[in-house]
Design a binder for this molecule. Structure first.
Ligand code: ADP
Ligand code: MG
Length: 500
């Protein structure tokens, strides 16, 4: 690192133009975040950068502010940002517009599923910033449709995700069309070997910046639990755990879009404000869903990894893994949505006995302390619910108006009726139902773990040198995302592309 970290404590110190500073102030940013402190000066010096930072750390402004500060006048695209998903394309382009508007910056989001003609027109109208997904961008470049498109700065955002989604070839092809004289920045939450390789190809003597916390999985603010049930009990188990936890705002991760729809429908029928979020939805529908969740009209967002990737949603009390993710990085990424900014969070994972070995692999590679718990019985949940309600009632202050109504009550029978109706009203539409017992009990789970250990043999005991730390993963399976990304793309494994 060439920069002195302690030097840049305020946005003024970077030496931005006043119109850029005005955008920063209007956006409500008071102090630069760590990635901004470190990346902005380097980017302003014109150097290439490869930066590792988690979602939500302010990467957009980290590259956007110095890039837009350099842009003079209108008339040609100067900054190209490549992002993996449509959501990110619109989110990043909105953020850049917000920050750059006073400097006269126009941004265009370019992604599939949108009118090609309109995109070409918007770009040709003099936008200086284009934020694009790889597929559609390559399409435009191959057909030479974009006019005045000579970006002197190119940003690859969420690089690891781009590779996971199978965009490597597209990205390499895109760079064939870009000016050789350019500044290039690569941002990624993790740095698996494939990303380093790509960085070597497209960056020139990059400055490396790493602001990832080294202990995401051991964040003490996140309680991590797993529950074991049979496959056929999965939905009931989910509902039961939601009833038990009464989450304020939760993201429930599923593997497929069909699963998100089915589970969300079940939750709505059980009285929860829930919505599905997946890649097959209309853009507007997705934006609406995200907005409802942010505003609190929807409490339970049932999402696929890809659809939820990079979305800036804070204040999530619970993350539920309806299905276990395929690799430790995804697990870390998912649970990192909760327990932010010093708040407490809860991460809950459902597994079947067959899936237990995947869970234990995640625990080993990531070091995440995930503890087993028994799924509460119906009676336990009901009892807790009633205890809660009674203690809320005891704490409730008595209003004069309430006493006036009670004055109108004539006898004990009527009093009883008023009380039962009042309680019913308080219990709202949520019905606590389902079988009394769901899932395996402690004894069964202990047996399951013992059998799993016997099967794994000596490898099961050690962390270092186990089959989960293959050669090529230099970090020895430490948390923080440096572990073997390859663990997720095992043979016959699942491809994220298309399943969102
Ligand atoms: P990332 O790309 O790292 O996931 P974003 O750039 O999307 O993060 O930023 C996450 C959120 O934080 C956005 O809502 C953004 O407006 C806000 N943000 C970014 N930088 C700052 C800052 N210095 N102060 C306050 N909020 C910020
Ligand atoms: Mg981002």
């Amino acid at each position: 690192m060439t920069t002195d970290k302690s030097k840049y404590q305020t946005f003024e110190e970077f030496g931005f133009k006043k119109d850029i500073l005005k955008g920063v102030k209007e956006a409500g940013f008071r102090l630069p975040s760590p990635i901004q402190q470190q990346a902005i000066p380097v980017v302003m010096e014109g150097k290439d950068v490869v930066a590792q930072a988690q979602t939500g750390t302010g990467k957009t402004a980290a590259f956007g502010l110095p890039a837009m500060n350099n842009i003079e006048g209108k008339g040609a695209v100067k900054l190209l940002v490549i992002v993996p998903t449509r959501e990110l394309a619109s989110q990043v382009s909105e953020e850049l517009f917000r920050l750059g508007r006073y400097a006269g910056i126009q941004t265009v989001a370019v992604y599939g599923g949108q009118s090609i003609g309109r995109q070409v027109e918007m770009v040709g109208r003099g936008a200086q910033v284009v934020v694009a997904t790889p597929g559609r961008l390559l399409d435009h470049l191959r057909s030479k449709r974009l006019k005045r498109f000579e970006p002197s700065m190119v940003v690859l955002d969420e690089g690891d995700e781009m590779l996971d989604m199978g965009f490597l070839e597209d990205i390499e092809a895109i760079f064939q069309f870009l000016p050789k004289e350019r500044q290039t920045l690569l941002f990624s939450a993790t740095m698996p070997p494939a990303i380093r390789k790509l960085a070597n190809k497209i960056l020139k003597e990059p400055v490396a910046i790493d602001v990832t916390p080294k202990d995401v999985t051991t964040n003490v603010d996140i309680t991590q639990r797993y529950y074991v049930m049979e496959e056929r009990e999965r939905e009931e188990a989910m509902v039961r755990l939601i009833d038990t936890e009464s989450p304020g705002r939760a993201i429930i991760f599923c593997r497929t879009k069909r699963e998100t729809d089915a589970l969300s429908t079940t939750l709505v029928s059980r009285g929860y404000a829930s919505k599905a979020l997946h890649g097959d939805m209309e853009q507007r529908q997705r934006n609406d869903t995200i907005a409802s969740f942010k505003k609190g009209r929807v409490d339970l967002l049932v999402a696929t990894d890809v659809a939820a990737r990079g979305l800036d949603i804070s204040d999530v009390s619970h993350v539920f893994n309806y299905h276990i993710p395929f690799d430790p990085q995804s697990y870390i990424h998912r649970i990192g949505r909760t327990g932010r900014a010093g708040k407490k969070g809860m991460a809950i994972t459902l597994v079947t006995p067959l899936e237990y070995k995947e869970l234990s692999r995640i625990m080993k590679v990531s070091g995440a302390p995930i503890k087993y718990k028994e799924i509460p019985t119906l009676n336990e949940v009901r009892k807790n619910f009633m205890d809660d309600l009674l203690s809320k009632l005891e704490a409730q202050e008595v209003l004069d108006e309430a006493l006036q109504i009670l004055d109108l009550v004539n006898d004990a029978d009527q009093l009883f009726e008023v009380a039962s109706r009042a309680l019913s009203a308080l219990m709202d539409a949520k019905e606590i139902a389902g079988p009394d017992r769901i899932g395996l009990n402690s004894q069964q789970v202990q047996n399951m773990i013992r059998r799993a250990k016997e099967r794994t043999g000596p490898y099961g005991r050690t962390q270092k040198g186990s089959r989960f730390n293959r050669p090529g993963s230099r970090s020895g399976g430490r948390p923080g995302g440096k572990g073997p990304k390859g663990a997720g793309s095992r043979p016959g494994g699942y491809k994220k592309k298309g399943s969102s």
